[in-house]
Ligand binder design. Structure first.
Ligand code: NOJ
Ligand code: CA
Length: 664
């Protein structure tokens, strides 16, 4: 392995500016710490990446196999290369930071095959301080019009057997636990896949701007176990992607940071997406919500009509009154519409416009408006996408006419038609269509069983949040989410974008038979509101479980939209401390895995010279993971930026704290 000095990197950047005979071009990040190199060897394109003097990806192939045509993979010559620099900033409609800097160096490499077809392929590389990205562009050209990609040949040939946190590859679901192993033990993985490459070096592979393409998974090379290949989710006929020129692929992204929290603070994925397309965003509202939801998962209610029907007018009014009293703007109601009897039966056929007789949709929508609340509608397609699409316009029109500005969508079930996958190009087009159609009608989306986030929220800020994670519901009816689960999610799935994990279960041991529970303390549930980011954030428990509980105050107070985010201290899979600011207030959340631990937070993020009132919610001294997981102690005291906050977390415990400056 080659070691670079800073000096030689600088030289490479300079010589890279003119295409050398051996077709070896280099691009450095603005801070000079990361480098991507492009190589054309015997007509075949390759790239390699190194950062902080450490090789991350050794020579890895680039290109495509196409059906019925020669691929776009070899016999290339370089026609042109161009370096550019950009340094701008932009303001997201909502998010984890109020302003985002978009600063990168770019290299565009134009290739053309030497045969008579003279097919063209451009590869664009970007080097940011927080990572490397590249995408392919198929320019408009005479000898390549319609095409079918049978294989994307992009490789990720890691330079070592890095320690990896990964979710097994699945073309239909991201709802799995995370594994932690050396790369050589990873057969195939969904992205993001996160790795540690050195004492102070972390990276994560994902993609950005996945709009009309197949989702990417990584598959281990059969010969070299630290080498991986892009494995795209296929159409039923085996083709991976169908398109016509001009065309561009999503970005392949390599996030790089010297601390685990640096990966979370990065905006690489959003920066690689196009600017906001929605002019009037006044109707887009990040908010907390309650819902008729957990009751179905714990089998207290049913989605379908009958004696245990959850979505009755009476219960909806109860939830709305609770929300109004507690300043929670949103109410999700699932199981309101006819057809739930068919869900998971093999073919889901629901009406997205006709309510069950015991649910007065019009009256409830009017009541919500009167109370200043947001009803969150629900469409469960059960995977029957053609049926859902056939009703989509009418269903969204109905919500628009009733002043309903948000809908949770669902695809829980086997995809129809058979052979299509949740994460294939066909369904990615569908997901995108729903976002666009909803935007036209001023409706926000919370998608479950979605395609993973790839930064689309920058372009379509009505694409608020999504599942694509093994969320809270698993505690209700499976062996559950183990204590370490939420200490891995922030460094894997959450790097892709916001997640609707649905925290906030107060009744931790909710199952009288003892078979199921939530595998945390109640204080950790509070901390999740700071650790896990979602612009639509649920208070997921039955509303009656919040009545009279003083610690519900934290859920009422915690924002869902932030001006600043820092994650200074974390060990992936062990613990996380997240610090977020809204206006002049700071919120801190800390969680631990199955190990109790003492957390010390330096309060250097507070304004110097100011005194802050701290409201701390922690595991009580008599709290116990098994016998007393709900005991929370609330303390208030004063602190300044010179101080520290020391808190003991019990097994799968946590704390949440609010810092209010005294001069407010
Ligand atoms: C699975 C979703 O994740 C869950 O939130 C929802 O309640 C059910 N599907 C029913 O739509
Ligand atoms: Ca789900």
């Amino acid at each position: 392995m080659r070691k670079f000095t800073i000096f030689s990197l600088a030289v490479l950047f300079l010589v890279g500016a003119c295409a050398r005979e051996d077709k070896d071009l280099s691009l450095l990040s603005p801070d000079g710490k990361s480098e991507v190199r492009f190589l054309l060897k015997n007509g075949q394109p390759f790239y390699s990446v190194q950062s902080h003097l450490t090789p991350l990806l050794s020579e890895s192939r680039l290109g495509f196999d196409l059906a019925d045509q020669k691929g776009l993979k070899d016999h290339f010559q370089m026609i042109h290369s161009r370096y550019t620099v950009r340094d701008t900033s932009w303001k997201p409609v909502w998010g984890t930071d109020a302003r985002i800097r978009d600063h990168f160096n770019q290299l565009e490499v134009e290739l053309q095959t030497t045969d008579s077809l003279a097919r063209k392929l451009t590869i664009v590389f970007r080097a940011y301080n927080d990572g490397i990205a590249f995408r392919y562009i198929f320019p408009k050209q005479k000898n390549l019009k319609n095409f079918s990609i049978t294989d994307e040949l992009t490789q990720f040939n890691f330079s070592g057997d890095f320690s990896a946190w990964w979710n097994k590859a699945d073309f239909d679901s991201y709802e799995h636990l995370f594994n932690h192993s050396p790369l050589s033990k990873v057969p195939a993985a969904n992205t993001p896949v996160t790795m540690q490459a050195g004492d102070n070096l972390y990276l994560s592979i994902h993609e950005a701007a996945l709009t009309d393409y197949a989702g990417m998974t990584l598959k281990q090379n059969s010969k070299n176990k630290t080498h991986f290949e892009c494995d795209l989710v296929p159409w039923p006929d085996g083709i991976k992607v169908k398109g016509s020129t001009p065309f561009q692929t999503p970005w392949r992204t390599i996030q790089i940071a010297t601390r685990p929290g640096g990966l979370i603070e990065s905006h690489l994925i959003e920066n690689l997406n196009e600017p906001n397309k929605i002019k009037d965003t006044s109707w887009i509202k990040p908010m907390k919500y309650v819902g008729i939801w957990w009751g179905m998962h714990i089998n207290k209610y049913t989605w379908h009509a009958g004696p245990k029907h959850g979505a009755t007018t009476k219960r909806a009014l109860q939830y709305m009154d609770f929300a109004a009293r507690n300043g929670i703007p949103g109410i999700l109601i699932e199981g309101w519409n006819r057809g739930w009897e068919s869900w998971l039966s093999g073919k889901n056929v629901q009406s997205y416009t006709k309510p069950y007789p015991d649910f007065d949709l019009k009256r409830l929508a009017a009541y919500a408006q009167k109370k200043g609340l947001y009803l969150i509608g629900h469409h469960e397609s059960g995977g029957n996408v053609p049926e859902y699409e056939s009703q989509l316009a009418e269903a969204l029109d109905l919500y628009q006419s009733l002043g309903i500005h948000a809908v949770k969508t669902g695809y829980a079930g086997k995809m129809h038609p058979a052979g299509q996958h949740h994460h294939g190009q066909w369904n990615i087009r569908h997901y995108r269509k729903v976002v666009r159609e909803a935007a036209k009608r001023h409706i926000m989306i919370d998608a479950h069983e979605p395609i993973k986030p790839t930064g689309i929220r920058r372009t379509w800020p009505n694409m608020m949040t999504r599942e694509g994670v093994r969320g809270m519901e698993y505690n209700a009816w499976s062996e559950g989410d183990p204590p370490e689960h939420t200490t891995i999610i922030p460094f894997t799935r959450m790097l892709a974008g916001p997640l609707d994990y649905t925290p906030g279960i107060f009744n931790i041991k909710m199952d009288p038979t003892g078979k199921h529970r939530v595998y945390t303390t109640r204080a950790k549930q509070l901390a999740l509101y700071v650790v896990l980011y979602s612009p639509l954030q649920m208070a997921a428990d039955l509303v009656e479980n919040y009545e009279g509980q003083p610690e519900f105050q934290f859920i009422k107070d915690v924002p869902v939209n932030w001006d600043e985010t820092r994650v200074p201290d974390a060990v992936i899979g062990d613990y996380v401390v997240a610090e977020r600011r809204k206006g002049s207030e700071w919120f801190v959340g800390a969680i631990t895995d199955e190990q109790p631990r003492d957390i010390t937070v330096p309060l250097d993020f507070l304004d110097a010279g100011k005194t802050y009132k701290v409201e701390l919610y922690r595991d009580a001294d008599n709290a116990d993971y098994e016998t007393n997981p709900t005991a929370v102690t609330i303390e208030t005291f004063k602190r300044t930026s010179e101080d520290e906050l020391k808190v003991h977390l019990i097994k799968s415990g946590g704390f949440a704290a609010r810092f209010i400056p005294e001069d407010q």
